[in-house]
Design a protein around this ligand. Structure first.
Ligand SMILES: Cc1cc2nc3c(=O)[nH]c(=O)nc-3n(C[C@H](O)[C@H](O)[C@H](O)COP(=O)(O)OP(=O)(O)OC[C@H]3O[C@@H](n4cnc5c(N)ncnc54)[C@H](O)[C@@H]3O)c2cc1C
Length: 401
């Protein structure tokens, strides 16, 4: 039997229908591009809209106002039920080994809010609806990428189903363990944080007060992220590997006690525990985001520690910049694969992503030490920033942009 014909009737081929892949497809589809998206997973089911402990997605994201504006432009934000997003106005951060703390308040920068906590599957579902309604976009599920060959017409892609595709530009939006990045041998600097994150849904004894709570412990940061239900939060508890093994294996009652012990007196106490799961944490950064006819976006290009909740926000910024370059190139008669466009994208995004990754690394190292001098210095540092309103404003403006 002969191999199936290569389908090459699109401008851009995106591997990965996560938040990054679907937002890029929608942004380009709205501007008249023909886009095909392939994903190895089956099409996600419509999420349940119940409010019991087990009805909340374990993976949530703190979306910044900039990300929300972009999702609104795409028409996706409107598709996320408003009673399902946790709008937060404050962020309380403290050092569990000392007395340092800092509180960020939206009022201080005349902003209506600092961000929204949104379940990933709702963002994904809303984007999928937008992509489905876009005439030029075709999303194909159950088609895992198997191999890639460079040809004059672009990268030829073979899928697990035997289908083969080719387009002038291929985009790797296939997440932190990007197969596109591996198959095209794009050099990547990566290392393990030697930490795992426990994520889960927790009901509090009192309300969350529309505040994000983040404790820095010597074993890793612990965050409580306010859900749309005023008494429920999502936890993201990053722990060094040995400690993770001990905590993750505790039965529910003992886990709750350990969680409350870690939170101390500075946050509302946890009362009921819902489902929980663990993820290994790795830092990875592709040395180059681009190659001939190829570009990486979001986690496929860079994955970072979840301690500042910036992962998907950086990814959406990549998408916004790349889509902007491709659209302006199209208006000037350039092909989507034009190296000038791809270089411009890389230049803009690499600097910002590297700066954020360096900041996360410094935070992680700074709070991972028990050296008494370092503990004293960082506690003084937190208190100084907390007392200097101009410094706090500066930090917040960075986080909101
Ligand atoms: C514990 C934890 C907590 C986090 N908290 C936050 C937070 O608060 N805020 C925040 O902004 N970010 C957070 N993040 C990060 C955020 O989840 C990621 O940055 C985001 O999901 C990346 O989106 P993406 O579209 O790049 O990749 P993904 O969401 O990983 O999507 C990749 C897609 O590619 C598909 N795929 C993979 N391989 C193949 C293949 N070979 N062929 C075809 N398709 C393939 C997958 O099926 C998937 O649909 C957190 C991450 C973790 C682990």
């Amino acid at each position: 039997m002969s191999a199936p014909e290569v389908e090459s009737n699109c401008d851009v081929l995106i591997v990965g229908a996560g938040v990054a892949g679907l937002s890029l497809a929608t942004a380009l589809g709205h501007q008249g591009f023909k886009v095909r998206v392939i994903d190895g997973a089956p099409r996600p089911e419509r999420p349940a809209d119940g409010r019991d402990m087990a009805d909340w997605d374990l993976r949530v994201s703190a979306l910044t106002p900039a990300s929300i504006n972009f999702l609104t432009e795409l028409g996706a934000w409107q598709g996320i039920p408003a009673d399902r997003t946790g709008r937060y106005h404050c962020m309380q951060v403290w050092d569990a080994q000392g007395t340092g703390s800092i509180r960020f308040d939206a009022e201080a920068v005349q902003a209506p809010f600092l961000g929204h906590i949104v379940e990933n599957r709702l963002t994904l579902q809303a984007l999928l609806q937008c992509a489905d309604q876009c005439a030029g976009v075709e999303v194909m599920w159950g088609q895992g990428l198997e191999s890639m060959t460079h040809t004059e017409a672009g990268w030829e892609i073979a899928c697990s189903t035997g289908h083969r595709y080719c387009a002038p530009l291929t985009v790797g939006a296939d997440g932190a363990r990007s197969r596109v990045r591996a198959l095209t041998a794009m050099p990547t600097r990566q290392w393990s944080y030697d930490q795992n994150a426990i994520v889960g849904t927790v009901a509090l004894e009192s309300g969350h007060m529309n505040t994000c709570w983040q404790a820095f412990l010597d074993t890793g940061p612990l965050a409580l992220l306010p859900l749309a239900d005023p008494e429920k939060v999502a936890i993201v508890w990053s722990l060094d590997e040995a400690e993770h093994e001990r905590i993750a294996s505790l039965p529910d009652e003992a886990f709750l006690r350990a969680l409350n012990h870690a939170l101390g007196q500075d946050a509302p106490a946890a009362a009921v525990l819902g489902p929980r799961a663990s993820f290994p944490l790795r830092q990875a950064h592709a040395v180059e985001y681009i190659d001939q006819g190829l570009v990486l976006v979001a986690d496929a290009a860079h994955s970072i520690h979840p301690l500042a909740g910036q992962g998907i926000n950086l990814g959406l910024s990549d998408v916004r910049v790349l889509a902007g370059e491709l659209v302006s190139g199209k208006a000037n008669g350039l092909l989507a694969s034009d190296p000038v466009l791809l270089k411009r994208y890389q230049r803009q995004r690499k600097t910002e992503n590297l700066a954020m990754m360096a900041a996360m690394e410094a935070f992680k190292r700074g709070f991972g030490t028990q050296n008494p001098v370092a503990v004293l210095a960082r506690n003084i540092g937190l208190n100084v920033v907390d007392q200097q309103s101009w410094m706090k404003r500066w930090f917040m403006e960075q986080a909101l942009s």
